[in-house]
Design a protein. Structure first.
Length: 260
């Protein structure tokens, strides 16, 4: 899956480069879609290739063994798609709403058996009954389906023949449809839980290319969830999993192709 996605992204990049070369040839510099950006509202759709990972802040007692991190994250590559609604504010600013659906699967590895040293309890932590961690206990494959609703303010420069660069930034409301937040089971039953409703910020940059019938925009976007996504394990569960982490936040990089 990863190799297929990377090949698709490379092929898309080559196609964009070829199209850009066609846009800038001196023999074909007629401006295309001259009135397109004068519309008050416009519409489109996008396709994306995604890299999803976690930012982890570990608990100093349960999540670290001296200088060794006991919880690690493995990123994944996936895909998504969505719609575009654009509102022209003035010659240099647009407001964009780009709701989409993003898919992914990440992996967390817990090497936290050393937490057994705290089984008798401390002044700040309750005692617990140790259990031997199997391979199934140590690895969590976390499938994710995200409904991502970003609101972005776009600042663009002037058109240079049939192209126009831009940067954008804004905030996102993100719903994780596979969060398991309402489950009564937790990691003791191999169920990893996270928050359903999340808020993030995004930054994006790209170049808009104008053709006879449509506008194509390749772009790179970074999206970073701001709230803590951890749903704590049940009180009777040993501190091998969520107790080992203080903060868990999604980080995502998107390569986006927009069609308007």
């Amino acid at each position: 899956m990863n190799k297929f996605l990377l090949r698709a992204l490379v092929l898309a990049s080559v196609n964009v480069a070829v199209l850009a070369n066609a846009q800038f040839r001196t023999r074909n510099r007629m401006d295309k879609l001259e009135d397109f950006d004068e519309q008050k509202f416009s519409w489109g759709f996008y396709l994306s290739g995604n890299r999803l990972d976690y930012r982890i802040v570990l608990d100093p007692r349960y999540g670290m063994d001296n200088n060794h991190n006991l919880v690690t994250s493995k990123e994944s590559y996936s895909f998504g798609a969505g719609l575009i609604a654009k509102w022209r504010l003035n010659d240099y600013l647009d407001l964009r709403l780009e709701p989409g659906l993003q898919f992914g699967q990440r992996q967390l590895t817990f090497e936290t058996q050393s937490n057994d040293q705290y089984a008798a309890g401390t002044l700040t932590n309750d005692p617990f009954i140790p259990i031997p961690l199997t391979d199934k206990d140590k690895v969590r494959d976390i499938k994710t389906t995200l409904v991502d609703v970003p609101v972005l303010l776009e600042f663009h420069g002037q058109r240079w023949y049939n192209s126009r660069p831009y940067v954008a930034a804004g905030v996102n409301y993100i719903v994780n449809l596979q969060s398991n937040s309402d489950s009564t089971d937790d990691n003791l039953q191999q169920v990893f839980r996270s928050t359903t409703h999340n808020f993030a910020w995004s930054a994006e940059m790209g170049i808009q290319f104008y053709f006879n019938k449509f506008k194509l925009t390749p772009a790179v976007r970074g999206t970073f969830i701001m709230n803590n996504e951890i749903v704590a394990d049940n009180a009777t569960t040993p501190p091998y999993w969520t107790s080992a982490m203080s903060t868990l936040q999604t980080r995502a990089i998107f390569f986006v192709l927009k069609f308007e």
